[in-house]
Structures are given as C-alpha cells and as structure tokens.
Design a protein around this ligand. Structure first.
Ligand code: SF4
Length: 540
C-alpha cells in the first residue's frame, strides 16, 4: 500500500515549508532560460544579475520551444510576463520594471497560482507563445520554470516528499504501482521500448547479482531532443524516479549515460545529484558518464558496451536481455529519461490519463522544414495533428517522418500518439515528428535515410550491414531507370525480420513507407522525372 508522505515525513515537510520561502512563486523573480539550442541565455542571465538589487534572478532550463529563445519570464503576485526572443539590452529594463513593482511589457501575461510549480501556459490565442499551449505540460511542467538543480523547488512540486523517500519505505508498493499502471517504455534506447516496463523490473530484481539502474540519454539524432531537454531542464524529476526505481528493484547504483556532446546536460545532472545527496541520506550513488556521439551508441546494448569502455560498439544478441545480463553482466534496468519521468508521474499518484494499457504522455520533437523545432507533450489519447500547431512550416505540408531517423513517412497525421496507434500506422515511436514541405523529393529523402543506415550500422549482422548497402544500390537504380519495387520490399522484409537489433529492424521503414504513400514519385524517377523538381541528376 502506498502510504501518504505527509504522515511518514513530518520533519521533512516542515523543512520544505521553511526553506520554500524565497523559492517558487514567493516574491518577484526573473527567470532566464539557459540551455536548449541557443546559448544567448547565458549572456542574458549575466546582464540580469548585474542589474538586479532586490528581485531574484534564477537560471532555468529551456521550455523546449526554440522559437521563444532566449526567453525571459518576470513573475510577481501570481502573474508572469513572457518576453520571448529577449535582446540582451532589454533584460535590464525587465529587471528594473519588476524592481519598481510592475510587470514589463510582454508578448503574453498569465495569471496563475502564486505557488505554481509548473510553467503557466499563455492562452492559445496569443500567436507568439502559442507553442507552449500545444498538448499538455505534465512531465514538461518544470522545464523553463523550476531551477534545474533546486531540490527545494522540486520538493515543493512533489508536495514535500521525494519519490525515492516513498520507495525506500515501501518498494513493493512502487513495483505494484508501475505494474498496475501498465506503463510502457519510451524511446529507442529503452530496455522496454513500447512494452510494459514492470516485467523487466521483476526480471532484474529476481536475477542473481546486484541490479543497477541506467538512465540512457545517449541520443545522437539532433532531431530527437526530448531526453536532453529533460536532463537540462528537469534533471531532478529524472533522478528522483531513477532512485525510486533503484529501491524498487533492489539496485545498488544509478548511472546516467549521455553522448559526449551533451556537456550541459551532464553538468546539470551532476549538480542535481549533488543537491540530492546533500538533501537526504542515500546509499545509492549516482554516476554521470559520457559515451560516443554516434547514433548506434544510443541502442541499449551498445550503450552498455560503451559504458564498459569498449571502443568497438556492437549490439549484443538477445536473449538474455539487459534485465538478466546487462552492465558488466549485472541485472540492469535501463530506461530513457522520458520513461523515468513517466515512472515519476505514476509513482507520485498523479493521474496518468491517456489510453488504457498505454497511459501517460509522449514527448515529441517537431522538426524538419520548420521555423524553429519544438519539443511538446501529447497524451497518448491525443493525435499527432496537434503537433502542427507547435511550429510554422516553411511552405505547404507534404509529408511527415514520424519516429526518428528510421521512422515512417505519412501524409496523414490523424494518428493516435499511443504505441498501438503509431505502430498500427507503421510509424516509429521514438518521439520525433519531422514535417516536410512540398519541395521535398520522397525518393531523395528515402535515399538519405538508407545511406545513413549503410554508414552508421555497427557491422555485426549481415541483414543490416549488407542489406543497407543493397537498399542504397536499389534506390540508385531508380534514378537509372529501374524501379524494382518487389525486390525493395523483399529486402526490407528480410532486414526487418532478421536483423539483430532495432537499428536494422527499422532501417528500411522510411523507404517502404515512402513507396506506399508516394509510389508515383518512384515511378516518375524511373521515367527520368522528379515531380518536386529537386533532383537534378534524374535522366533527362
Ligand atoms: S542490426 Fe545493424 S546495428 Fe544492429 S547489430 Fe545488426 S549491423 Fe549492428
């Protein structure tokens, strides 16, 4: 039974109430978003701090919406003014206005609970900030609002009690909650991608050896930004859930693994881990480690190989999976930050919502031919159409690639954001929606993804290594006048059914889904024409 924290930790709650003075929503505060794709926030933060005498100036993480960066928020008395794309020279005016007791002129001003622990969202009618109103902000709620490493702020958002404190007290209840919720893993680097995670927790706990928990945030695909956003903007939500998981499966340590380029994410995770260690007595250490900036290094077993220090990364054959034989042969629970934040929502008892059997929300980074990418959160019972409102597409919509580099291409975004909805539409689930305009050539796009598969595969298994080469060759043949549709489909089927890991199993998906939705374009290229006019090397 999950017992209410208020009764178990009265000393802790009092401590939070005392230290929360001066924290979230208490007194005028200027928040400067530092991180994401733009580092102009650092300069703004310095200027704001130089100008401030009375108001607090707090560095927060990105909201996930590039179009707003650099973003400054000015808050007092339950009202927040949003100043997106803030010039450095303007931030001193914002600070001065707030010090004089007023809110600055802003793109949007929102009234909210003075103690709000999540980013208040401006009304959808305000174009400049409309992106923040797309979907929901449950796991994204702290992004752009709470100081990333402030345990005080994080505790307030959890009504005073960390999830790990509950899990220490009753690990059985934590496991039961996750099993009852039927929560599924998110992201290609997860140990339970698209599948209920409770089974791997049980396996890891019951296997001989000391279990370990791995937070796999290595995502070298620049379009898949959700995990990095969570680590940069809300690392405590990830770490708290990972520590709670560790107690639930009797693990002895937690590792956070990113790719080498993610230095800000590692810095913030380390700062958050240090603050957590200072806040409560933990016997589970957290280590932050970096791996290669390679697409394959995010695959869960290659992630384990990288963490063990192997230079040559190859996917491990399964079974046994990581829950039985993982890091250094230990039982390993490996999830992405996206999954851990859903675990956090479930353990906190926050209503997960979404569809039965696949509850919660799913993060998508909307990218492609757009003005500025945005990471948004959709309930699993929402449809992908909602994502269109988060960005401005350059030109008319032609297609979307859903699911990352090896996602599926579709003309139709009226697809549920659930695992079954995405898979049923032959799309990928890796949290990326790339939008493409009318100038996009589908043959060229499919060819680029096939080349990526040829160049980035680890080389271990024949279907993927040789199949990706043949895929590129067969697409080249289209330009030479020979469109071998059946051979392409048979090759794709072989790769899908016999490759060792998800890389090879999914590598042909952009090609086959492009053929399904845009067959006339393939035939036109074989006839020497590119309908979009973008291929200069088709036969005349
Ligand atoms: S499917 Fe590709 S990436 Fe995976 S093991 Fe085989 S060659 Fe390596």
């Amino acid at each position: 039974m999950w017992v209410s924290a208020t009764h178990k930790y009265p000393h802790r709650l009092c401590s939070v109430m005392a230290t929360s003075k001066g924290a979230i929503g208490d007194g005028p505060v200027v928040r400067v978003a530092v991180g994401g794709e733009h580092d102009a926030g650092t300069e703004l933060l310095r200027a704001a701090r130089d100008a401030a005498t009375d108001v607090r100036v707090v560095a927060v993480g990105s909201t996930g919406a590039d179009a707003l960066a650099p973003l400054v928020l000015a808050t007092q008395h339950g009202e927040t003014a949003f100043v997106p794309q803030c010039p450095t020279e303007h931030v001193t005016t914002i600070v001065g206005t707030l010090e004089n007791g007023s809110l600055p002129d802003a793109a949007a001003t929102v009234e909210h609970d003075p103690g709000a622990t999540s980013l208040p969202t401006p009304p959808a009618a305000i174009d400049t900030t409309a992106v923040l109103g797309v979907g929901s902000r449950h796991v994204l709620g702290g992004c752009g609002w709470r100081a990333p490493a402030s345990v005080t702020d994080y505790r307030v958002s959890r009504d005073g009690e960390l999830l790990v404190e509950r899990a220490i007290d009753d690990p059985d209840a934590a496991r039961e909650r996750i099993a009852d919720a039927a929560l599924r893993g998110r992201g290609r680097g997860d140990g339970s991608t698209d599948a209920p995670i409770a089974g791997t927790w049980t396996t890891a706990r019951e296997t001989d050896g000391e279990p370990v928990v791995v937070v796999n945030a290595n995502e070298a695909d620049d379009h898949a930004r959700a995990d990095r956003l969570l680590l940069e903007s809300a690392p405590l939500a990830v770490l708290d859930a990972a520590l709670a998981t560790a107690h639930a499966v009797d693990a002895t340590d937690v590792l956070v693994y990113t790719n080498d380029a993610e230095s800000l994410a590692r810095e913030r995770v380390q700062a958050a881990a240090d603050e957590l260690a200072a806040d409560y007595d933990s016997d589970i250490p957290i280590q932050v480690v970096a791996g290669p900036d390679a697409y394959t290094a995010g695959e869960m077993t290659m992630a384990l190989e990288a963490m063990e220090g192997n230079d040559r990364l190859e996917a491990r054959r399964r079974p046994p999976g990581p829950a039985q034989y993982g890091l250094y042969g230990r039982p390993t629970v490996i999830h992405t930050p996206r999954t851990f934040t859903q675990v956090g929502q479930a353990l906190a008892g926050d209503g997960l919502g979404g569809v039965p059997g696949d509850p919660g929300t799913r993060l998508f980074t909307v990218a492609g031919n757009v003005d500025a990418p945005a990471t948004i959160e959709l309930s699993t019972d929402a449809t992908l159409d909602d994502a269109r409102g988060a960005v401005a597409l350059d030109g008319g919509f032609k297609t979307a690639c859903v699911g990352g580099r090896f996602g599926g291409l579709t003309r139709d975004l009226d697809v549920p954001a659930s695992t079954s909805g995405l898979r049923g539409a032959r799309l990928g689930t890796n949290g990326v929606i790339e939008l493409f305009d009318e100038s996009t050539c589908m043959v060229a796009l499919a060819g680029r993804r096939a080349k990526l598969a040829r160049e980035e595969n680890c080389g271990r298994c024949v279907p993927c290594r040789e199949g990706s080469k043949q895929l590129v060759d067969l697409l080249r043949d289209v330009y030479a006048g020979e469109y071998q549709s059946e051979m392409l489909r048979e090759l794709a089927r072989t790769m899908r059914e016999t490759s060792t890991c998800e890389f090879g199993q999914e590598a042909s998906r952009p090609v086959t889904t492009a053929m399904d939705a845009f067959e006339p374009e393939f035939r036109a290229h074989a006839d020497g024409r590119c309908p979009s006019g973008s291929c200069s090397h088709v036969r005349s």
